[in-house]
Design a protein around this ligand. Structure first.
Ligand code: PEP
Ligand code: MG
Length: 563
């Protein structure tokens, strides 16, 4: 029997609607409470080893099958964790202490996860992957079917407590109509990967698991985060109508980004690899506004060589031809630790030696990177802009600018993602050519709220008037100095916020390539004077909700179809 009709709300993380039968993602079964204690550690080590090898093989087989580079990278990274020698040793230690096989795996992984959590940031995010490895290994040892996404042959809406990155990355948008999770946050892997795949998704939908059963019909609006269990015919019709309207609002979105009255706002892509660059370059967009070069450095034992970096940057510039490419130098440090630049553990990694601060202590790393960029520029003469992450002071900006200019590179800038740089942006901008606003970190530091914590989502939204104040301060600095200011944080990909940012004077918006069409359509619906009025109302609003409501009230009604 179908579950009772119910409407639930969560956080919409990928716009679009979906409706269909739901499939539940199998939860992990946990340890075998009745298993015997270990009496032969050598034999049990072999058993666990065989189980983990089977897990590695199945993850690798899935990696080979997928057509997406991102999915492959996630699956391979998870397989690598499953083959980690440190983890295998920790399991043997537990077996020697008498744990049964599933308990040994469970306990050893817990210890390992604690260590990753302490490292914070990027490493802490790997904990979900590690738990995925644990659950798969325990199922293998217990002879149970693997947990997670069932085999899908007909289109379904997936409902899960949470999804491991390896699971999300391999979803096929043709058979997975939508994704709904009980837990997770807007910056979780699930959210980011679903958006990359373009699958409508909502996270943090409290109570969804107890409200549904396998096979129920469920409808989802991934824009507003609304879920309808057993929708009525009328509701299903309304949703289908929304979907038609969205397609109509997006139809014909092409060409340069500009407001209705012709004020240009460049639409750019956020990228992290050569493959990203090549994929993004196929979209109708104007270049890349953020190349996160740390992807080239993370998870490696030694720094990439000058030749390797030259080759990568050359390929990225070639992919975009004469379109702009804004390269951000290495943004690593305590939260994205590098094995070859380990400056020790920090109590507060987000406030530690990261970004440009690390580059100042490991100047050799930065110098090699800048030389590689100079070589790539020499080879391509592309429209290369170079910027530094996590700049807080004028001295830092000046130090960086001097280095970049000494190499003859054409444009040097800074990220504005620290409040200190936002409120002193005129001074900071006076020593560089441009600034790009990192709204993710700017929100984190303005609101003193960890950006990885889903439960702080309400504080972290760039609609918070305090964050908008910071953005305005940075833009005012741009106007005062006549310098260029763009945005490359997630805020740039929200069609509604894009209008506010344009109204504040932002000249480019950089985002996941799939978001460009909706942002372009939103800009084309409005004049600059309306954008400016929206910006003024939003900055003056009392609360984040008031700010958003004020902007919606001034927007063209068709804009709602894009959200
Ligand atoms: C930001 O902080 O907004 C940003 C774009 O940089 P990252 O997300 O890589 O920290
Ligand atoms: Mg940042």
């Amino acid at each position: 029997m179908a579950s009772e009709h119910k409407i639930l709300h969560g956080i919409g993380v990928c716009a679009g609607t979906a409706s269909g039968p739901l499939a539940l993602v199998r939860e992990a079964p946990g340890v075998d409470e009745h298993e015997p204690a270990c009496t032969d550690p050598a034999a049990d080590t072999e058993r666990v080893k065989a189980a983990m090898e089977a897990v590695v093989a199945s993850l690798k087989a899935r990696a080979e099958k997928t057509t997406s580079d991102k999915s492959r990278a996630v699956l391979e990274a998870t397989a690598q964790l499953a083959g980690d020698r440190g983890l295998a040793k920790a399991i043997t230690k537990r077996l020697k202490a008498g744990d049964g096989v599933t308990h040994a795996v469970y306990n050893a992984v817990e210890g390992y996860a604690e260590m990753l959590k302490k490292l914070g940031g990027y490493m802490a995010e790997r904990v979900t992957d590690l738990h995925d490895v644990r659950n798969r290994t325990i199922c293998e040892l217990r002879g149970l079917p693997a947990p997670g996404v069932p085999d899908i042959t007909t289109p379904v809406v997936l409902v899960a407590r949470d999804l491991a990155p390896a699971e999300t990355a391999t979803l096929n948008p043709e058979t997975v109509l939508g994704v709904i999770t009980e837990e997770g946050g807007p910056t979780s892997h699930t959210a980011i990967l679903a958006a990359q795949l373009g699958i409508p998704a909502a996270v943090k939908v409290s109570g969804v698991l107890e409200s549904v059963a396998e096979g129920d019909t469920i409808a989802l609006d991934g824009g507003v985060g609304e879920i309808i269990v057993s929708p009525t015919e009328e509701e299903a019709g309304q949703l289908a109508e929304r979907s038609r309207r969205r397609a109509a609002a997006l139809a014909g979105s092409s060409g340069e980004g500009s407001t209705r009255d012709g004020f240009k706002v460049k639409l750019l892509a956020n990228i992290g690899t050569v493959a990203d660059a090549e994929a993004a370059a196929k979209f109708d967009l104007e270049g890349s506004g953020l190349f996160r070069t740390e992807f080239l450095f993370l998870g490696r034992e030694t720094a990439p060589t000058l030749e390797e970096q030259t080759d990568t940057y050359t390929k990225v510039l070639q992919a975009f031809g004469d379109r702009r490419v804004v390269v951000r130098t290495l943004d690593a440090g305590a939260d994205k630790p590098l094995a070859f630049a380990n400056l020790g553990e920090e109590e507060n990694p987000a406030l530690g030696v990261r970004g440009l601060r690390l580059s100042q202590r490991r100047e050799d790393l930065l110098d090699t990177q800048l030389q590689a960029l100079a070589n790539a520029y020499e080879a391509t003469h592309g429209d290369l802009w170079v910027m530094a992450p996590m700049v807080a002071t004028v001295e830092e900006a000046e130090w960086f600018a001097n280095k970049v200019r000494a190499l003859g590179l054409p444009k040097v800038g800074v990220m504005i993602e620290v409040p200190a740089a936002a409120i002193r942006s005129a001074q900071v901008l006076s020593v560089v050519d441009f600034a790009s606003l990192g709204t993710n970190d700017l929100a984190q530091y303005t609101m003193a709220a960890d950006r990885l914590k889903g439960e702080l989502a309400n504080l972290l939204t760039p609609w918070q008037p305090a964050v908008l104040n910071m953005i305005k301060a940075a833009c005012d600095g741009g106007k005062a100095t006549g310098k260029y200011v763009g945005v490359c944080g997630e805020a740039g990909g929200d069609p509604l916020l894009a209008l506010v940012l344009a109204g504040l004077g932002v000249q480019s918006l950089s985002m996941a390539p799939k978001k460009v069409n909706a942002v372009r359509a939103a800009l084309r619906l409005h004049d600059m004077s309306t954008c400016q009025q929206m910006a003024a109302y939003a900055v003056d609003a009392r609360t984040a909700a008031d700010a958003r409501a004020a902007v919606i009230a001034l927007a063209d009604p068709m804009l709602l179809d894009l959200l």
